[in-house]
Design a protein around this ligand. Structure first.
Ligand code: UFG
Length: 322
């Protein structure tokens, strides 16, 4: 199978590319390198520098004999999406529609889409299953939901089958150090904690210690990126069998608090990290845990690499190496 991975030079994308190559698939990477990094490219995957807003470039690559598309080229900062919604409309919505239109034009029928737990908004119950109402509380989450709502139309009108994967909190690095790119100006917890540990950042704030959780700090379902990558591989194989389109959660089903994450790294590096407690961050639910039973029963996917120790160790290995 020839798979086009759009956004394949990014953090999650490069791990997906590795999983597909390891499985013997032919892979092309299409990335505008705005946040993708050259260091994340693999020699065995053909690289095309291009933008999803460039319809001509998309049509050119779709006409080259692609069997399926994995699309991870999205803007993903919640805060930025509220400040500059137009960027998120253009990139995440228009860009994705450009991809679907180019697929439709050249008869590419299988699509794996990076969605997000951000489509749910404030949880009404946990663990969240796929039937939980979708009420995004930020514009980033809305852009993901909007695409999920286009997908059944493209299926019925253009025959494009899809698997939309709702990631919970993606963390970790490939254990063989095959992916080395560190995120620049990270907004997410683990890279920030890592930067404090390496000294690249003097200190960090923990947003809120008065939540109704084990230690008062927010609890999330952190899933190792190698587990996310294997779900993309399974989704592609599932679609290749001509089976029904799906929307699937990808999480572990267990929670780790912010403080537990910080303390786990302190334990590994054997020193205290510099942090303070700051007020709650707007829009943060206290508790976000996934039920991924649907992915498990559908194609036997299970998180295998997501224990806290492995998350910390694989991430620290990459940070320490640089
Ligand atoms: N946090 C801190 N200090 C920091 C950064 C984060 O205390 O410097 C806390 C946050 O308040 C939150 C937790 O760490 O409680 C995790 O925060 P992240 O920003 O890493 O992740 P989020 O849970 O906010 O969101 C992430 C992605 C979204 C995605 C969501 C899905 O950023 O794109 O997971 O669950 F939609």
């Amino acid at each position: 199978m020839h798979i086009l991975v759009i956004g394949g030079a990014g953090y999650i994308g490069s791990h997906v590319v590795k999983a597909l190559l390891d499985d013997g698939m032919q892979v092309s990477v299409f990335d505008n390198m705005s946040t993708g990094q050259e260091i994340n490219l693999f020699d065995k995957a053909k690289f095309i520098k291009g933008d999803i807003l460039d319809i001509h470039a998309l049509e050119k690559v779709m006409s080259s004999g692609v069997d399926a598309v994995v699309h991870l080229a999205a803007k993903k900062s919640v805060a930025e999406s509220i400040k500059y919604p137009e960027i998120y409309s253009t990139n995440n919505i228009t860009g994705t529609l450009n991809i679907l239109n180019a697929m439709a034009k050249f008869g590419v029928k299988n699509f794996v889409f990076s969605s997000s737990a951000a489509v749910y908004g404030m949880p009404e119950y946990t663990p969240l299953d796929e039937l939980h109402p979708t009420n995004p509380i930020n514009y980033y989450g809305y852009t993901k939901l909007a695409i999920e709502q286009f997908l059944p139309w493209y299926e019925s009108l253009k025959g494009i089958k899809f698997v939309a994967l709702r990631y919970f909190n993606a963390v970790g690095y490939d254990a063989t150090l095959a992916v080395k790119g560190l995120e620049k100006n990270p907004q997410n917890l683990l890279p920030i904690v890592m930067e404090v540990a390496t000294g690249a950042r003097k200190s960090m704030s923990i947003f809120g210690n008065d939540y109704d959780t084990v230690d008062g700090t927010c609890v999330r379902d952190y899933i190792h990126v190698t587990d996310l990558a294997s779900a993309h591989l399974k989704s592609l194989k599932y679609l290749a069998q001509g089976r029904d389109s799906q929307i699937l959660n990808l999480g572990v089903g267990r929670g780790i608090s912010v403080l537990e994450m910080v303390q786990a790294l302190e334990k590994v590096i054997g020193k205290k990290l510099n942090y303070d407690f700051a007020p709650r961050r707007a829009g943060d639910p206290g508790f976000l845990i996934a039920s991924s039973e649907r992915a498990e029963s559908l194609f036997g996917w299970k998180a295998m690499h997501s224990d806290l120790e492995n998350i910390i160790r694989t991430t620290w290995n990459v940070y320490q190496a640089q």
